[in-house]
Design a protein around this ligand. Structure first.
Ligand SMILES: *Cc1c(COP(=O)(O)O)cnc(C)c1O
Length: 417
């Protein structure tokens, strides 16, 4: 047996080390469609009855994950184009609706062309290698998403970074790399842990000054950031000036799966020719494409859902501040409640669950040391009564731990780091 007793023991030790370090991740089972009200089994596999809770931690920003029109469109897609395509795109996995969705995404994002991928993780894994060579340089924000880090690893271009959202540092790097064939500035649109937005207006200005291209991963923005929900480029007034946008269909845009590379015609075409996850992984399922086409229709037809999300976000941010909790300020529906101490964040989240509120504590290594928090995320699926109930729970648990009205240094003094 190749999987020897020694090998098993060694892997069991690895797992135990994760548990001992408090880094072992537990799944919770949801016994319901995704939405504002869900039923969650936790702990799992012990016969505990699912608990009704309000979901404050989904990427279901527009509440479209279980929207009746999207579900109906997906049903129709299933009937008309079948369950699977059993092929990658370039052999026989491209249906008319795949191209139709690419055209709709192009219009929505204000770009020149779009290519669908099985996921945004795959889009990021394939895009850099497809458009850059070893004579180029990638200059990324230090807090970009893990999938971008992996995609950069697969590309032969030189790698460099700039301090998070530090435009002075980015400018230094652009100067330093003047000799390269291409410079690609790489950033997330919305950073998922703090909910802050990239300074795309300044980034585009610098790109023009130093002859660089701009890449933005707008997974936490497409569909709702900006006046008509196009993304951070709309918010910052630089639509049409981003050379490559990657984004996901797995968050606001229906929440199923799928991603894309959208941008300059030649760059998208090069991805179609060369990007390995596009060439060697199966097409997005027709049922998802049909659902996503309905999503694009809904977000183009009206801004009602992103407007409701924005109102919910303002109400929630103000509510938490009024209670005396310490939040990270920002413009996105990602609202971190700062607790700094890892154990406090875990205990707080567990007690919230007891009160029927589902939100998750984040701590090192997901966020920097001494930056533990509970990350809350708003949705257009939330109604006022959900948010009022959630605020009451935050007030109750906040009072239990004596953190209401405390500043950062007072919380740290009380609980340590
Ligand atoms: C969620 C996310 C991804 C991954 O998207 P998938 O389509 O689920 O693979 C990539 N980049 C960013 C910034 C994300 O937030």
């Amino acid at each position: 047996m190749a999987y020897s007793a020694a090998a098993r023991e060694s892997y069991q030790r690895d797992l135990q080390n994760l548990r001992d370090a408090g880094l072992f991740k537990e799944e919770r089972y949801i016994h319901a469609p995704q939405g504002a009200d869900i039923e969650v089994e936790f702990p799992v596999g012990q016969g505990v009855a699912p608990k009704k809770v309000i979901n404050m931690c989904a990427n279901n920003y527009l509440g479209l994950s279980s929207h009746p029109e999207v579900v109906a469109a997906a049903h129709a897609g299933l009937d008309h184009r079948g369950y699977g395509v059993s092929s990658v795109r370039f052999i026989c996995g491209t249906q008319d609706i795949h191209r139709e969705l690419e055209v709709k995404l192009t219009e929505f994002l204000g770009t020149e062309d779009t290519l669908l991928f099985p996921s945004c993780m795959d889009a990021n894994a394939g895009v850099f290698e497809a458009v850059l060579s070893d004579q180029d340089v990638m200059i990324s924000d230090r807090l970009v998403h893990a999938s971008i880090v992996d995609g950069m690893r697969l590309c032969k271009a030189m790698q460099d970074t700039f301090k998070h959202s530090d435009m002075g540092h980015l400018e230094e790097k652009l100067r330093e790399h003047r000799d390269k064939r291409q410079r690609l500035i790489i950033t997330d649109g919305v950073f998922s842990m703090d909910g802050d937005l990239a300074k795309l207006d300044v980034i585009v200005e610098l790109a023009e000054k130093y002859d660089a291209m701009v890449f933005v991963d707008d997974s936490h923005a497409s569909g709702f950031i900006g006046k008509t929900g196009r993304g951070v480029h709309e918010h910052c007034g630089v639509m049409g000036k981003i050379d490559i946008i990657t984004t996901t269909l797995g968050k606001a845009l229906g929440g199923a799966s799928g991603g894309c590379v959208s941008g300059r015609r030649e760059l998208v075409e090069l991805c179609r020719q060369r990007a390995r996850p596009y060439l060697f992984s199966n097409s997005v399922a027709p049922v998802i494409v049909a659902g996503a086409l309905k999503v694009m229709e809904l977000v183009t037809r009206s801004t009602e859902r992103r407007d409701k999300l924005e109102a919910n976000t303002l109400f929630w941010r103000q509510g938490l501040k009024d209670i005396g909790l310490d939040i990270k300020e920002g413009d996105s529906p990602i609202v971190p409640v700062m607790l700094y101490n890892a154990k406090l964040a875990q205990d707080f989240a567990r007690d919230l669950f007891g009160e029927g509120i589902y939100a998750v504590g984040f701590f090192f290594p997901v966020v920097p040391k001494a930056q533990a928090r509970i990350r809350t995320q708003l949705s257009a699926a939330h109604d006022r009564h959900h948010l009022e109930k959630a605020l009451a729970a935050f007030r109750k648990i906040g009072a239990k731990y004596g953190v209401l009205g405390l500043t950062k240094s007072q919380i740290i003094e009380k609980y340590g780091l």
